[in-house]
Design a binder for this molecule. Structure first.
Ligand code: XIL
Length: 331
């Protein structure tokens, strides 16, 4: 077969997508999710806000459904994400802001969260995004105002990795962020990610990989050569590397039709998907390439970037786009 997953399998790579409940509930979409991908990531279903909406009351239904889907379709799972400043439950953020949750209590709550969630899926998660988006965009550094850093202290990143390792010694533990591979200009955010990884390794913190999200646009502010060099330097630390959330958004005429405003985008998009994948393929430590949703009908982009869309590899009617064929021919 010439599915993405079969072509990738032949070269020892996993190709994946973020999956949301609608994908599993829509038979034609579920068929694509099953046939094209060999690794899946829950788009939201493993985030703290979803799994523990009120303190002590858990809802694992979405996460369990995805785990069952993955098992039925012989797919691996990227767990996403344990320690992030977004999509936290209200009870947690409110408790911190009104002072009823102290710094040491917050630390204990994260430890418990990681033990509970990682423990629940112990042995069944290939890669965990342990820490997500801790580095600032301007003057890149660990963000001192990040919810976790500001409220639980700078040691929280190392602790999160240690707790995750304790809860599942077999999962590969990742630091995940955007704009940490191949960016034009100083590429200082990738430098900061590299420095973080190096520092964690120096401290014998159990980190196994770097996830480069890969949320791009067709303004093309990055270089494929530089992306490959960034992947190589993470790998040179002894780490695995994954592209974890690839999409290439563009300005669209109409949020429903998802047609780019400029025809150049229709060429830039498949080119950027292809160059991202090829940068990874050049490096042996590159283990998976994941898109953040596979159809323009279920992408997060129109909801988050005003006037933008057309970001995925299938159109709104589930027809493969040029970007799909570009990936297929690279594999
Ligand atoms: C996004 C989801 O796709 C949306 O459905 C949700 O409303 C917000 O989060 N970086 C990440 C992902 O690490 O978790 C985000 O996912 C996209 C940006």
């Amino acid at each position: 077969s010439d599915s993405l997953r079969d072509l990738a399998a032949a070269i020892g790579l996993r190709v994946g997508s973020a999956i949301i409940p609608q994908d599993l509930n829509t038979p034609a979409w579920a068929a694509v999710a099953a046939s094209q991908f060999s690794v899946v990531t829950p788009g939201n279903e493993m985030k703290w806000q979803v799994v523990e909406p009120t303190q002590g009351n858990f809802d694992w239904s979405g996460a369990d459904n995805l785990m069952a889907f993955a098992k039925a379709n012989n797919q691996l799972v990227r767990g996403h994400t344990l320690c992030w400043h977004n999509q936290l439950p209200d009870w947690l953020t409110t408790g911190v802001s009104n002072g009823t949750i102290s710094s040491s209590q917050l630390r204990g709550l994260l430890q418990q969260h990681i033990y509970t969630e990682v423990g629940r899926y112990r042995g069944r998660i290939w890669q965990w995004d342990v820490c997500n988006e801790f580095i600032t965009d301007a003057n890149p550094q660990i963000n001192p105002n990040n919810f976790w850093i500001a409220n639980a202290g700078p040691g929280i990143i190392a602790d999160a990795f240690r707790w995750a390792r304790q809860a599942d010694p077999h999962a590969l533990l990742f630091y995940n962020d955007y704009n940490i591979g191949g960016e034009d200009g100083t590429n200082a955010k990738a430098d900061a990610a590299y420095a973080l990884a190096q520092q964690l390794l120096d401290q014998h913190v159990p980190i196994d990989g770097i996830g480069i999200q890969g949320h791009l646009d067709t303004q093309y502010g990055w270089s494929p050569q530089r992306l490959q060099e960034d992947i190589e330097r993470y790998a040179s630390l002894g780490l695995k590397v994954a592209i974890t959330e690839a999409d290439v958004r563009t300005f669209v005429n109409n949020a429903t039709d998802q047609v780019p405003t400029d025809s150049l985008s229709q060429f830039a998009q498949p080119f950027e998907f292809s160059e991202m994948l090829k940068a990874g393929l050049a490096v042996p430590e590159f283990i998976s390439f994941t898109v953040w949703g596979f159809t323009d009908a279920d992408s997060w982009v129109p909801g988050f970037f005003t006037g933008e869309g057309y970001a995925t590899i299938y159109d709104v009617n589930l027809n493969p786009k040029p970007a799909y064929y570009a990936l297929q021919s690279d594999l």
